[in-house]
Design a binder for this molecule. Sequence first.
Ligand code: ATP
Ligand code: MG
Length: 755
Amino acid sequence: MSEIDPLLEGLTEPQTQAVTHVDGPLLVLAGPGSGKTRVITRRIAYLVKGVGIAPWNVLAITFTNKAAGEMRDRVAQLLTERQARATTVATFHSLCARLIRQYADRLGLPPGYSIYDTADQKRAMKQALEDLEINTKNFPPASMLSSISNAKNDLLDAAGFAKQASNFYDRTVAKVYTKYQAILERNGALDFDDLLLKTVSLLKQHPDVLAELRERFQYVMIDEYQDTNHAQFMIANALSAEHQCIMCTGDPDQSIYGWRGANIQNILEFEQHYPAAEVVRLEQNYRSTKTILAAADALIVNNRGRRHKELWTDNPTGDPVQIVTCADERQEAGWVAEEFKRLHEEENVAWGQMAVFYRINSLSRVMEETLRNSSIPYQIARGTAFYDRKEIKDAIAYLRVVANPSDEVNLLRVINTPARGISAASVKAMQAFALANNQPFDELLGDPLRVTALNSRAQNSVAKFGKTVDTWRTTAGIVAAENHDPTAPQPSLRGFVEDVLRDSGLETFYRNDKSDPDQERLANLGELVTSAQQFEEEYLFEAEQAGEYEQVHLREKLLAFLEQVALVSDADGVDSSQGSVTLMTLHAAKGLEYPVVAMIGVEDGLLPHDRANDDPQELEEERRLAFVGITRAEERLYLCHGKYRTVFGQTMPTIRSRFLTELPADVVEEVDPSSDPHAMEDDLFGGGGGTQRSLAAKQAGQFPPGALVKHPQFGLGRVVNVSPMGAHTRAKIDFTTSGTKTLILQYARLELIDV
Ligand SMILES: Nc1ncnc2c1ncn2[C@@H]1O[C@H](COP(=O)(O)OP(=O)(O)OP(=O)(O)O)[C@@H](O)[C@H]1O
Ligand SMILES: [Mg+2]
């Protein structure tokens, strides 16, 4: 057997064609589960092992860190470890973050620049609005950030945006954009969109850098190309314009990030951009049963303006897709939990093979509670959760302050956390002083005596803190040491993180934290040390492979570690080998697959989301999102909805999603626990409340909105809505002569008038 045989083993003819394509542009256009991601993995191995291309020259870009991790693992199975490590498998954001660090001097950025997450961005935005004295009611921070993000995705900087702003609103956004950007710059920080934007300008303005990178990344591969935005297109194009060895895979029917600036034209116009492109179509699905595939197909044909792709499978027909009608979200969660339990107990399905998807994050809460009460292990794919914890954010903020002296936002976060005698008033005085003297805030740490507005105690506290920070920075090589010995052994990252936790007082603070008797926060800090250690081991291994072992400084490790922490994303937390049910949003589910999938809240207003109401294009994106969800399922699929749902504390009747009505009767089976009194009274609700809720739902069902009713005292009226609250279920009625009243159904003696 030759060396390349295993690389091509089990591939279909068109898959082989794509894998063995070496030079020139290639587009793999194919539906879900047809092996697009697999083809990229095999092609990486084929190029290196079969063709002899240096692994160093290979760049593969995936959509999430998790996908990148998986691809790296699979490549490692096909190549030697050394070869696998030399390839670059990254997301656009992680690639850009790395390039910016490497070429920071060209961009006028500190190499230890900070990457701001959503929370940091909000803080910077609030500051900007405050500085400009702009009313946050008319210009909410979230919409300002989203307008700025859209502009950045179109490669418009603040000046460019200002130039084309034609109305009052846009001109205000332009002012805010300029201010916000100035704040980021002052802090030596970039937001996520800046990572792309800065990389584009790096490649545009520095031909020598571009030439270097083109030489390096001679074979570029991009998965999920349908969801790239303009900036990402520019980067991919700049890297490959010369050698043209670019391979993109994607499926226009799975484009679900239009709302975040993704441009579906990138994939549709690939052949125009690269006239020499070869196009490979894959038509066999390896993932799902015939039934699931038929359901997905019946749904997506309702989108206009798409090119239809035939997709078939050799897999068995499988069970019908179940449409599950529940009384409300509690029954829905209870039903899913019971069904998963049944599959686990009776059919030996591992917890890790089952997943629950939803349109918006808030739908997970009831599901979580129910799973917890049913003792079913579950995990939520919200990659940032660990790094969002207060104690972890504190610790990371310290590390950022060490790495990036300009980062005032993080410095302000930790300057008196834990308390060290630097009051809010002292901080204000220092800020005023820094502003008046046009001096970076950070410098005052080393020189607090000049701030005469501080009393001597505060001055001492600041000086002491400044000294600690300075020692850290010297150890980490951020500021030069006086008697620097370049041959001295480098401290470990793990040891350094421990030092910072100890010297900052964070460790002691959380050790003595009375509000946390289980010392969970302290344990989390321990976990952070572990993650630094693991990161360090991998980093050193890679450096050693690249023959750079001697040169790895603590500074490099620290900056790379902070970069990784900043880029954690939603899908990252998922590890199905852990043996727990996975909960995630439909957006995070892209590219993944599970034997059993339940989608909850398949109702109009949720899926499709309300915002798609009067926009046919958004409605089509919602349909693609449902399509992505359905096509994750391998064997079993449950599409659930409740007749009532409580949103923002208001219980409202719902309408089943129009997408459900688009599924043909021969592939679905209707299940209706809402009408089964026994199921209702079973304790599906994780303790109590079940019977009352079912009673409420029943009462509510008797008086649908719009129904004509008669009250002994108020006369005739129409039902506006009903809020099921057990024995306290209320109905809001619009009476013809007595006005609108809210009544408790149990006591109201309402009579339904048949018309
Ligand atoms: N030739 C093949 N033989 C057997 N299994 C295959 C083959 N090709 C792909 N598969 C399997 O089918 C499943 C789907 O493949 P993959 O995830 O690569 O599809 P995809 O086209 O990337 O899907 P999506 O559009 O959802 O990202 C995977 O489990 C993969 O291992
Ligand atoms: Mg894929």
